[in-house]
Design a protein around this ligand. Structure first.
Ligand code: DC
Length: 225
């Protein structure tokens, strides 16, 4: 058993992993690790330096010497690119698009694997991503596969953007979500899939607090085993 009782949360884009994992972490006194932010940081670097994201050899070469690291300020994860806090730059649609493409490259995944595994050795983490239960932390204490229908996920994203007064179109958001699912689930290395020993939680018809309570209950049951 994982001596640190790490928790792995995997699932498709927009299933609510980060929102839920952050809240669960607070309730059970864990550190939340957002691995997607690390992949996004590499994509940002490539975008800033005009490296063609479709050219695997060039991408591998370009990222050899960059440093991605994490820090925590007021319990918020900060991702650093060569020491610069890039939290505010990694959530744009363009970075999302590039991230999904480059996350399939071996050199990109290898670059982040040790960093992710080491975090779980040092701290009690709840880590979210696509391959945490299957690849990064195969011995995690608890594995959750958090999912929701494409409609439910697109609808949440649509509401978020409307609240921010951003112009958006439901159908194109849904199309993007389905395209990212395709990329993440069908790549050769570390594709998104439910680990055999993961608990499936479908959040399509659940509110945030309901999902948080459900996960805390699963965790407490597991601790009592
Ligand atoms: O969770 P997110 O939306 O921030 O992830 C951004 C992209 O990174 C997503 O397309 C899948 C990829 N990713 C991955 O391949 N493996 C992870 N452990 C986390 C994210």
């Amino acid at each position: 058993m994982d001596k640190n009782r790490s928790i792995a949360i995997d699932g498709p884009a927009g299933a609510g992993k980060s929102t839920i994992a952050k809240l669960v972490a607070k309730k059970i006194d864990y550190i939340y690790v957002d691995t997607g932010a690390m992949y996004r940081t590499i994509a940002l670097y490539l975008m800033r330096n005009n490296v063609d994201e479709n050219d695997e050899v060039k991408v591998a070469e370009a990222i050899k010497d960059i440093k991605v690291s994490l820090d925590y300020v007021d319990e918020t994860q900060i991702v650093l690119l060569n020491g610069e806090n890039v939290n505010d730059f990694i959530r744009t649609p363009e970075v999302s698009r590039i991230t999904s493409l480059i996350a399939k490259y071996a050199a990109v995944r290898e670059k982040l694997l040790d960093l992710q595994r080491n975090l779980a050795v040092e701290k009690k983490v709840i880590m979210d991503g696509r391959d945490i239960g299957t690849n990064v932390l195969p011995n995690a204490f608890l594995k959750i596969y958090l999912t929701a229908s494409a409609d439910a996920r697109a609808n949440r994203r649509y509401k978020e953007l409307v609240e921010k007064n951003e112009t958006c179109d439901f159908e194109s958001i849904k199309k993007d979500i389905i395209a990212r699912d395709e990329q993440d689930m069908n790549r050769e290395i570390a594709p998104l899939k439910q680990a055999e020993d993961a608990v499936l939680v479908d959040t399509s018809d659940m509110g945030i607090e309901e999902v948080v309570a459900c996960l805390v209950e699963i965790y407490e049951k597991k601790c009592a085993e």
